[in-house]
Design a protein around this ligand. Structure first.
Ligand code: SF4
Ligand code: SF4
Length: 295
């Protein structure tokens, strides 16, 4: 079972929820940080990490001596990552998405594969929890290919366990390409929000973005007891189940600032996350049972 913890906006408590869920989730479990632009799940789970491995993307290298200036590569590239200046082909590696199309259409072998480092991938263990994360290189703009590479590593690991290992994914915030790349393929999406106008606005965006994935989506309301009720009204009106409410408490924020999970700092939080873990598992199981009944 793969659980994606996501949010329409940053700062709602997505990593807090992921870390606390990891603490109570039945083992075996792997926790995955796909918020590659600003990964911080490791700061709460404190894994022992392997040395980082470079994650690279294939980018073309041009040989002007072989180029016939036919323009096929320029016409093909949707990202304007390759241009002809007179008879000289020029690649802008930072704009290249690594699709490989220009290499295929070049009739004269003037383009050959090179590479650009996107970032790094690390794995490790936090006690009984497996751990996997990606970290985007500073200055790199393209995070989805790195997210896909970390997910491929996850899939490879999960395939060896014949479905016995669950995965909790800390996804990038928002609803753009990195978030969709991280969340797609999950069995259930948990949207973390807060009872504020911004929380509501971005929850609506996230619901529309992730509903298309066709998997159950539920909501965790963080900092409950503050703000206003419109998030609750929206969830009720749109049929989004509220899976848990995490109270607004200074002790939780203080623990977070010390790199500790929320469990244990406030009476009742362990119970809240225990119930949340069971509810999430129940959502996935009921969908699988319904699917099996209709098969
Ligand atoms: S690999 Fe794809 S994105 Fe990169 S320059 Fe070639 S066509 Fe453009
Ligand atoms: S497709 Fe090859 S030959 Fe044609 S312009 Fe590009 S690099 Fe030159």
């Amino acid at each position: 079972m793969i659980v994606a913890i996501a949010s329409g906006k940053g700062g709602t408590g997505k990593t807090l929820v992921t870390a606390a869920l990891a603490e109570v989730w039945p083992r075996p479990l792997v926790a995955v940080d796909l918020d590659v632009e600003a990964p911080n799940l490791h700061l709460f789970l404190h894994p022992r990490l392997s040395p980082p491995e470079d994650a690279v993307i294939e980018v073309p290298v041009a040989d002007p001596a072989r180029c016939t200036a036919c323009g096929a590569c320029v016409a093909l590239c949707q990202y304007k990552a390759i241009a002809l200046f007179g008879d000289f082909p020029t690649v802008f590696p930072d704009m290249c998405h690594g699709c490989g199309g220009c290499l295929k259409v070049c009739p004269s072998g003037a383009l050959t594969p090179g590479s650009r480092v996107l970032g790094e991938i690390m794995d490790g263990r936090a006690g009984a929890i497996g751990f996997l994360m990606g970290r985007l290189r500073i200055g790199e703009a393209l995070s989805p290919p790195l997210i896909r590479q970390v997910k491929a590593r996850l899939a490879e690991g999960l395939a060896k366990t014949a479905g016995r290992v669950d995965a909790l994914i800390d996804s990038p915030p928002g609803t753009s390409c990195p978030a969709v790349a991280a969340v797609s393929g999950a069995d259930v999406v948990v949207l973390v929000t807060e009872p504020t106008p911004f929380g509501l606005h971005d929850l609506k965006l996230a619901r529309h973005a992730f509903a298309a994935l066709g998997v159950p989506v539920g909501v965790v309301i963080n900092r409950a007891g503050t703000g206003e009720r419109r998030v609750y009204d929206y969830c009720r009106a749109s049929g989004l189940p509220i899976l848990a409410e995490i109270p607004f408490e200074r002790a939780i924020a203080a623990a977070y600032s010390r790199g500790e999970t929320a469990i244990g700092v406030s009476p009742g939080l362990r119970d809240i996350f225990d119930v949340l873990a069971k509810t999430i598992r129940g959502l996935v199981v009921s969908v699988k049972e319904r699917t099996a009944a209709h098969a």
